[in-house]
Design a protein around this ligand. Sequence first.
Ligand code: AMP
Length: 589
Amino acid sequence: MVVFDGLADSAAPTSEKYAKALRSIEEVTRDADSVQERVLEEILCRNADAEYLRQFSLGGTRDRHTFKSKVPVVSYENLQPYIQRIANGDRSDILSSLPITEFLTSSGTSGGERKLMPCNEDDWDRRDLIFSLVMPIINTYIPGIDKGKGLYFYFVKAETKTPGGLLAHPVLTGYVKSSYFSSRWIDDAHTSPLEAILCPDTSQSMYVQMWCGLVMRDQVNRIGAIFASGLIRAIRFLQLNWKALVYDIHSGTLGPKINDESIRGCMTRILRPDPELAADIESECSDEKWAGIIRRIWPNVKYLEVIVTGAMAQYIPTLDYYGGGLPMVSMIYASSECFFGPNLKPVSDPSDVSYTILPNMGYFEFLPCDPAAPSLPVDLVDVEIGKEYELVVTTYTGLCRYRIGDILRVTGFHNSTPQFQFVRRKNVLLSIDSDKTDEADLQTAVENASKLLRGYEYCIVDYTSYADTKTVPGHYVIYCELLAQGSAVDTIPKDVLDRCCLVMEESFNSVYRQGRVADNSIGPLEIRVVNRGTFEEVMDYVVSRGASINQYKLPRCVNFTPIVEILDSRVASRHFSPRVPHWNPERCG
Ligand code: AMP
């Protein structure tokens, strides 16, 4: 047994096999600044001769000062022409001197399409390194957790090829399909067979993963998904499908809907009738109340391993309900551009979760968020506790001084490396799963719906929105106040407002539409028409709480419960999208 000083005061001794991983965290965080210097040097050695960096005439210099004075801070739109050429098949050294082997499709979008992030062969080494730290860290706090099995709901998502023939897929799909994942996915440690995770049909995959999780319920000591929304979807799936699952567990079969060859092949090893277990599960699931269902079905589970920070915080009450108060553990802060780092205190309350950005993952800078006094980005070790920054990253794959769009607050340091709370994603108004809808997207959607209403001599006087996560899956709600114009009839036909919902959905970006069509992670958009004068009442309420009437602007998204209550109490009619919007699996767009 080895005890690691400095990782955490309350850290319990951990087993020898995790020693190396934990020691690597200590080593890399001890002198963060010199690690950052080395990382930048390595990146510049690798990419300075590629077309993008060559234009800034760095010469042979590899030092930070020259780099920062000559290379601009950029957003995706600045890099898009370079990325597009790579996607189109140009194999010259454009961003990186190493070949780009695939693209990772970010859930951030540009012009309605997913952003494409370049990936080199060795990029997976770095990403895998972060995954490899998760168990050692958790085991430090919950010793012996690795003795049981993890029920993790992981899935692959739609992939596509760029015009130049490079594969483009979400980062987790890329990872799950890589040899790194398969070598880490040990059957003894997990309930889901790899074949089920890799099955492209999400409902077959989910069914089999749930089946296995139920059959091995006594050995399951942790349950997870990447994001909280994914775990809630799995529980909802159980709610809708428990009768079929109970039947199959009772008889030791898999229903005819499970026709994926590789799944059926691997399941023949596991299938056996278990009437007693089937009866237990039936009795739990047939209870009307699903409060604490996770604890009841999986009595040995110690925690839920899902990200509940950032946009996912909206799911904490629902997970608390199903989990019966089980702790929620957010382990990793990562993106398609770069993986950043782990949470070194997994058992902290969701509101206290901080991530330690590992200095060997990329070269990191931080743009202070102070609109009153805009200033230059500072280095990783120069951030100040309590202040907020936008993350800027330079990666091995060729992104240089790239704005990720995440706002982080410094909460402390681990050795000399800062730790950050995720504050928010810049400009994101609505998010249910991996979709990100900003104010401009919503405005365009409302304008498109208004065009339809104009034909009936109605207009939208004002609107706001709300991400309703009480339904599973969650859905966007748009509150609209309508005004009849000219000779308009008193009421507008219901089907017109239903169609407005669809028009809005068609206006949203491809990530939203994929969530609706392929992933079933977002429910039909809802318009709630509120009575005339409702938004004035909202304003009166806000002003009564001290806001200046001159500066009052209706927020385009509302989360504050009293305001949502005012709106909901004035709803005249509710409308839903009659069908799913258009989404093209070939183009993933
Ligand atoms: P993507 O580009 O689709 O891979 O999504 C990456 C983004 O998801 C990040 O830039 C964050 O905005 C968000 N994200 C990732 N990990 C976390 C986390 N642990 N907590 C909050 N937000 C996260």
